[in-house]
Design a protein around this ligand. Structure first.
Ligand code: 5GP
Ligand code: ZN
Length: 136
C-alpha cells in the first residue's frame, strides 16, 4: 500500500534496522523502543490487523515472532519479553499494517502491566455466552 510506512520500510524506501527477512515476513527495530532491542515483526502483505492475515502468512509470521524473540532475548541479555499487538485505532494502533511488538524485559525496567478489574455477579457468564455465540 502506497502511503503505508511499513510497506515503505519493506520496499527499502525508508531506512530501517532490519534484523530478519524471509519469504513472508520481515523484522526490524522499533525506532522508539520501550526497551532497547524492541523489535517489530510484520507480514510482507499489507494486512491491517490480526483479523486480516491469511493462514499461510499468519503461520509464517508467528514463527518469525518466535525466532526473533529468542534472538532479542539472547542479544540483549533480557530475562524475558512481552509480545504486544495493537489492533484497530481504539487499541492504540498507529500504523495500520499488522505488527507484533517484541519487547525485551529486565527485572529493573520499571514497566507495569495494564490494570485489571472485576466482574459483577453473573456479568462474566454473559460475556462467556456472547463470545461463544460469536465464535459460531
Ligand atoms: P502501534 O502503536 O501501531 O502498535 O506501533 C507502531 C510502532 O511503530 C511504534 O512503536 C513506533 O515507534 C514504530 N514506528 C513508527 N514509525 C516508524 C518508523 O519509521 N520506523 C520504525 N522502525 N518504527 C516506527
Ligand atoms: Zn503496509
Amino acid at each position: 500500500m502506497d502511503d503505508c510506512i511499513f510497506c515503505k520500510i519493506l520496499k527499502g524506501e525508508i531506512p530501517s534496522s532490519k534484523i530478519y527477512e524471509d519469504e513472508f515476513t520481515i523484522a526490524f527495530l522499533d525506532i522508539m523502543p520501550v526497551n532497547k532491542g524492541h523489535a517489530l515483526v510484520i507480514p510482507k502483505g499489507h494486512y491491517e490487523t490480526l483479523l486480516d492475515i491469511p493462514e499461510k502468512e499468519l503461520c509464517a509470521w508467528i514463527k518469525t515472532v518466535q525466532k526473533v524473540s529468542g534472538a532479542v532475548m539472547k542479544a540483549t541479555g533480557a530475562g524475558g519479553f512481552n509480545l504486544g499487538m495493537n489492533n484497530f485505532k481504539v487499541s492504540g494502533q498507529l500504523v495500520p499494517h499488522a505488527h507484533m511488538h517484541i519487547i525485551p524485559r529486565f527485572g529493573d525496567d520499571g514497566l507495569k502491566h495494564w490494570g485489571q478489574g472485576n466482574y459483577e455477579e453473573e456479568e462474566m457468564k454473559g460475556f462467556e455466552e456472547k463470545i461463544k455465540e460469536s465464535l459460531k
